[in-house]
Design a protein around this ligand. Structure first.
Ligand SMILES: NC(=O)c1ccc[n+]([C@@H]2O[C@H](COP(=O)([O-])OP(=O)(O)OC[C@H]3O[C@@H](n4cnc5c(N)ncnc54)[C@H](OP(=O)(O)O)[C@@H]3O)[C@@H](O)[C@H]2O)c1
Length: 522
């Protein structure tokens, strides 16, 4: 499902007005009608208790005037606050304000801190607050009396229904500009916006309900895909050859593990094995090999030497891998590997040795590349097959020499820019994992739950993605399905009665195989 930014949404609105001939005031009427319907459905006390509507000076406020009028006409008790002056209203918002006034509606203008106590008491006596202050037109941080009002309302335990977006959330990035209202429901129009699905904004939307307002689908369809939800309807899932043998489904080479990090390597291998590659081999430092082998019945292992001069470690590992393994179909490098001297050379050499197979780099492979600094572009220029990086925000921060808060402030923007500049597939992990493609497209994965926020979960994801790519899946299908499967497995585990807290990465394995079968059978 495509997610639009504010510019794309404005274009769809304008096309509807100009090309279809549906006036903006009618779109606004439809929007207000849709919100009113949802409000009546969600708030059982709407007939008997006060409803507080907060309006801004733009078209989002215009939607608020329609809602206020419709509720008034349904004999609800409505209070309407405008942040600003009625004299400044214009266009469709002014039209609907006048209609509201003409049926006997009244409005209170708020523009000074002295009026904050009034807002507090009005909100406290209301069963619901309708937030029609800012929608897609929010362009600068919320401040002053509006910000103070938001703080007051957020502190009161009153349900907020947001019109289009919770005010303060940026439609294009999910960033909070200044401060924002926290909604229990968000009713949006025609199509969801990017800000609905990216944290921190996504965490303030509550239930998101999309209502049609008359914008034809074709005006949404023609907008170029920049960002979409990671739903899999648009992907063709490769079918598994019924007469295949283990050679048909590829060989994955995993370079992972180390003393005290054996679990990382085995989870990567188990995640991969559960997606169906023909063979999996784990190359791992000698002292860890036996532990890993005892955990993995189906995988093979290659012991990597740790004795001798540490300066030679990278060369020794590289030689051992090249001597022991026939060319694999895909590789996963990094989980639990450590960041010892010179290992970055080994990681880089492997990505260049096998240029024409997909390689997933995670965890310490990323930390090792961060030591090298800025050479990923050089690596990708020399490769013909995709390079997939699966960092968490800390790892990406190290790679880009930024701080974690800087990454988290603009997850989508940074992921898209990095993937394009470096010509890689980037999976930026988080509650809203972002998948960014080298061509500038991005998907937001919003399944999964807090059970995934535990050690081993990322290793498993690396294995799942690498396992799918090993079987010849395209990078888009492999990466998007892998991320989706990981989240869906956590959701299925919880539906099955497991608690999110205490969910282990290995608990997800039975769900991965089950969900994969659902995927393949459509
Ligand atoms: N036909 C349509 O256009 C249509 C149809 C259905 C629904 N809608 C609704 O209209 C919304 C978009 O309307 P819009 O483009 O007018 O934008 P808006 O979301 O209503 O916001 C624009 C208004 O907010 C003010 N503003 C922006 N940031 C501010 C800040 N930080 N502090 C104080 N004021 C700020 C602007 O003032 P300044 O002028 O001073 O910058 C302007 O008055 C949608 O989200 C949707 O709810 C529109």
């Amino acid at each position: 499902m495509k997610l639009l930014n504010s510019e794309q949404m404005q274009r769809a609105d304008h096309r509807t007005i100009e090309e279809v001939g549906l006036p903006g005031a009618v779109l606004m009427e439809n929007a207000g009608a849709g919100v009113t319907r949802i409000l009546k459905n969600r708030c059982s006390q709407w007939r008997t208790k006060q409803i507080l509507i907060l309006a801004g000076g733009g078209n989002n406020g215009g939607d608020g005037f329609v809602i206020a009028r419709r509720l008034l006409q349904s004999e609800a008790k409505v209070s309407l606050i405008l942040f600003g002056k009625t004299a400044k209203l214009q266009g469709d918002a002014l039209l609907h304000f006048n209609v509201f006034k003409n049926i006997g509606g009244s409005i209170r203008e708020i523009d000074s801190p002295q009026q904050l106590s009034k807002i507090q008491s009005m909100a406290a006596h209301s069963c619901i607050v309708v937030d029609a202050v800012f929608g897609t037109g929010l362009i600068r941080p919320v401040s002053g009396v509006i910000a103070q009002s938001f703080a007051i309302i957020n502190q009161l335990d009153i349900p907020v229904l947001a019109v289009d977006l919770p005010s303060g959330v940026c439609a294009n990035s999910g960033r909070i500009l200044g401060c924002a209202l926290k909604a229990r429901w968000t009713v949006t129009f025609g199509v969801e916006k990017i800000g609905h699905r990216i944290y921190p904004g996504a965490g303030l939307c509550g239930e998101i309900i999309t209502v049609p307002i008359g914008i034809p689908d074709q005006f949404i369809d023609i907008e170029q895909h920049t960002v979409a939800r990671n739903q899999l309807e648009d992907l063709t899932i490769p079918s598994r050859k019924s007469d295949g043998h283990k050679g048909s489904f590829g060989h994955l080479l995993i370079v992972a593990g180390g003393v005290g990090k054996e679990g990382a390597a085995s989870l990567t291998a188990m995640g991969a094995l559960r997606t169906g590659p023909g063979l999996v081999t784990v190359a791992t430092p000698e002292p860890s090999r036996q532990i890993i082998a005892s955990k993995l019945t189906e995988a093979m292992t290659i012991p990597l030497p740790v004795e001798g001069n540490q300066q030679d470690l990278a060369t020794n590992w590289l030689n051992k891998i090249l001597d022991s393994a026939i060319k694999p179909s895909a590789m996963a490098i990094g989980p639990g590997l450590g960041t010892q001297t010179n290992l970055n050379i080994c990681v880089q050499a492997l990505t260049l040795q096998w240029k024409d197979i997909p390689i997933v780099l995670d965890a310490d492979a990323l930390n090792l590349l961060a030591i090298t600094g800025g050479e990923i572009q050089l690596v990708t220029q020399q490769r013909s097959a995709p390079l997939i990086l699966t960092p968490h925000p800390g790892e990406l921060a190290r790679l880009l020499q930024l701080t974690v808060p800087e990454i988290q402030k603009d997850r989508l923007g940074i992921a898209v820019k990095t993937a394009k500049e470096w010509q890689i597939w980037l999976v930026l992990k988080g509650a809203d994992t972002i998948i960014a493609a080298p061509d500038g497209r991005a998907w937001i994965n919003d399944n999964g739950n807090s059970g995934l926020a535990s050690g081993g979960s990322g290793d498993l994801l690396t294995g799942i993605i690498a396992g799918l790519l090993t079987q010849g899946w395209s990078p888009e299908t492999g990466v998007r399905c892998g991320v989706w499967l990981h989240g869906a497995a956590a959701d299925a585990a919880v539906v099955d009665g497991n608690s999110e807290s205490g969910l282990l990465a290995q608990d997800l394995l039975p769900y991965i195989i089950k969900l994969q079968s659902d995927l393949m059978n459509g």
